[in-house]
Each structure stands twice: as C-alpha cells, then as structure tokens.
Write a protein that binds this ligand. Structure first.
Ligand SMILES: [Zn+2]
Length: 426
C-alpha cells in the first residue's frame, strides 16, 4: 500500500463527479478514485465539498492595484479620468511601494484560492520602475503563485514617445507576453499599424500576445479584426488573446457574425472583464444603456476559449474588489445572461480552466500528474460556489496547505425556537 502525503476524501469535482478521494504525493496529484485504498500522513474529509483547481485571473493590473486615492480619487469614475489619474501617479511611484502593494494583493489572492495571475505592466515610463518591481514580485511569489507579465504600453505603442524601445527593453528584462492598446493610438490606421508591428515582434521572439483591444463603445472599432487576421498571417493560432473587445457588444450583428468566423479561424482567445466593462462602458449613453461586455455567449458557442478577468482592484479605474474570482464569475454570468445550467458551469470554467489555457499553465487541472494546486470550497457544486462566493476552506499549492479559513455559518438564537446553525447551502 502506497503512503501518500495527503488525501482529500469525499470530494465533488467541478465536472459533477462525486465521492472522490484525491491522493497527493510530492506536490502532484497521484490518485483520484472512490474509496482510495491508501494511507497518508494527513487525511482531510472534505464532506462532499467542491474541490477545484485554483482560480486563475487572465487579466489584471498589479502595478496599479491597491493604489486607490493616490494621488486623488477618480471623481467621474470614467476610464479616461482613470488613465489621466494613473499618469499623475506614475512619476511619483517608488519601487518599494509598488512591491509592497503587489505582495499585499498576492496575499489576498492566495487567501481566495487565486494562484495564477496574468498582469499587464505599464512600460510607458523611462525608468521602467513597475517592470522591475513586478519582476521582483514574480520571483518572490513563485513558490505560491504564478505571475505572468504582459508588456503593456498604456499610453499607446506608437503614440507614446519611446514606447517602442521601452517595450523591447521590458521583454529583454524578462516580461513574458507582448501587449498593446490599439484603440488608444491616435487614429484607427495607427491602431492597426501597432497591431501589425506587435504581432510581428511576438512572432520574432516566440512570445504570446495579449492586447487591450477595442475597449470602447464604438461599433466601428475594428482592431480585433486586424488582431485575428495578423494571428492567422503569422501562424500564431491559439497564442493570441484579445482583452476586453467591448466594441463587439455594439457592432452590427451581420458584421459580428463574420468576425466570429475569423476569430475562430485564428483560435483567438478572449478575456472579458465583467466588473470593469459593466461600470466603464456605455458612459456616453443615456437610456437604454449598453452593458458593454463582449459577446461571451456567442464566442463560447463558436468554440473560442473565453476567460473572465478581474482587471482592477482598488486603483484609479475601480474602487472595489478583493481578488475574489467568484465575484468576477457572478458578474459575468449576470451581464451575459448565462443562467442556464451548462452556462453557469461555463462561467466557473471562465475563471479556472479557460483562464489556465490562455496562460498556457502546465500541469493545471485534476488529472493524475497535475500539480496538487487545489481549492476546497464550502459549496456542493460550481453554481453554489458562485452564488455564495463560497468560503475557501483550504487552498493547496504543490500539495501544501497555504491558506485555510473557518466555515462561514451563523448561529441563530430566535425567540420561540431552538438554537440553530445556518450555512446558506441548499
Ligand atoms: Zn486591463
């Protein structure tokens, strides 16, 4: 009989399988079966709770997180005031403050079972202070969190002086992914040119691509078309991600159907950021107000890999958030009207497996041989996890418990009734 390091007994998996025991050895999943006939140094009966691979955030800004109020609050709450505010803060950033805020956020993330994050990092700063800081954070957190960095020209790749050279330098320093922001260039033509140049650069360097793309309500914004076409031209299928794509919400339906075919041909990945899209888009509308989130349901139906990202937590663009990807999934589900049974499951995938595929994480999942990176949730299934923003009872990284929390429950002492406990599960 094998001795394992740890066994989680009586787990429910996100795909609906129940009563499973998960055996962990040397940081990997070594066994997955009912009534596992093995012993372990430690056994935890999870009592029919959901055990999931960790949450993955496919779109975040760790250089700005937790900077809310510095140097002032965003009075209008708009995207453009947010960008202006970030521009005011940038010259005053220090590496120590950046590192401290990022590490604090990583602690929040681990406590929520969020163990992999793709963060864009602004390279439009001649000092590249944020790049240096986040590369340091990436090394520091590596034992417990995968941090993937995107070289992001916030002020425009062609519009911002020196951004072309700075983006090259950021990649040389070790940033993983090529970013972009074509809709923020001076003209539509410049935007398309930036997409072409950045895709060529990624091809040359063998890098993944993830661009902020068409984050506007303009139904005629066409950068996602260029991004998909360049992906096909360079043979970058499956390696390119379009983040936001909010203009697709407003596009003419006939054009959108043609575009979806092209995106499918390119195997373009999509990241929607529901919390941010629902608050920042449609700001010029009176009523009815557009929701501004991209066409998640149709993209999923077309076979594209679609993830939901957090984008911002307590920064110039968004004063809320806590690193809880279940909050993100809940908002995505509502905004996309995905309340069907399979659709709710798909929204859970959008903050776990789909995001992991976009980041190209290795050994992610619940198969034997995968990393024993696991989250035990106080819920019976993914729908309940989303509904309750379920407590993360245990968070495991490489088989080691890195966070745990007591069950969420309340003791009721009601007049005329015996004392009872309520835990909100059905
Ligand atoms: Zn973003």
């Amino acid at each position: 009989m094998t001795t394992l390091d740890l066994i989680l007994r009586n787990a429910v998996l996100p795909d609906g399988r129940t009563g499973l025991d998960i055996g962990v050895k040397d940081g990997r999943i070594a066994a997955l079966e009912r009534s596992l006939p093995a012993s372990a140094r430690r056994e935890i009966d999870v009592g029919g709770c959901l055990v999931s691979p960790p949450f993955v955030d496919a779109h975040f800004h760790m250089d700005s997180t937790l900077s809310l109020g510095q140097p002032r609050l965003n009075q209008s709450g708009t995207l453009l005031e947010g960008i202006a505010l970030w521009g005011e803060l940038k010259p005053h950033l220090t590496q120590a403050a950046l590192v401290e805020r990022a590490l604090r956020y990583c602690d929040w993330a681990v406590g929520r079972g969020l163990l992999a994050i793709r963060s864009h990092v602004d390279i439009c700063d001649p000092r590249l202070l944020a790049v240096e800081a986040l590369l340091q954070v990436k090394r520091t957190v590596a034992p417990y969190l995968d941090l993937q960095l995107v070289a992001f020209p916030q002020d425009g790749y062609l519009r911002s002086p020196d951004a072309v050279a700075l983006l090259d330098r950021a990649l040389e320093m070790g940033v993983d992914v090529v970013g972009g922001i074509p809709h923020f260039e001076r003209t539509m033509a410049d935007g398309a040119d930036s997409v072409r140049r950045l895709c060529a650069l990624a091809t040359e360097r063998g890098a993944l691509v993830d661009m902020h793309c068409d984050e506007s309500d303009d139904p005629l914004s066409r950068h996602v078309e260029t991004l998909a076409a360049e992906t096909v031209r360079h043979g970058l299928h499956g390696r390119v991600t379009g983040s936001h794509l909010t203009s697709m919400h407003s596009m003419d339906n006939y054009y959108a159907s043609k575009l979806l075919d092209l995106m499918a041909e390119a195997q373009l990945n999509v990241v929607a950021n529901p919390l941010i899209n629902i608050t920042l888009q449609g700001r010029h509308d009176t009523y009815p107000k557009r929701r501004g989130m991209t066409r998640v349901k149709e993209q999923m139906a077309r076979g594209l890999t679609v993830a939901f990202g957090q984008d911002c937590v307590m920064d110039p663009w968004y004063p809320l958030g806590s690193g809880d990807m279940l909050d993100v999934a809940a908002m995505g589900l509502h905004v996309a009207q995905m309340t069907g049974v399979a659709e709710i499951g798909a929204c859970f995938q959008a903050v776990t497996a789909n995001a992991a595929r976009i980041l190209q994480l290795e050994r992610y999942g619940l198969d034997i041989g995968c990393h024993a990176d696991l989250v035990v949730l106080q819920a019976s299934d993914p729908a309940e996890a989303i509904r309750l923003r379920a407590t993360r009872l245990y968070v495991l990284r490489r088989g080691r418990i890195v966070a745990q929390a007591p069950k969420a429950e309340a003791t009721l002492d009601l007049p005329g009734r015996a004392t009872t406990t309520v835990d909100w599960r059905l």
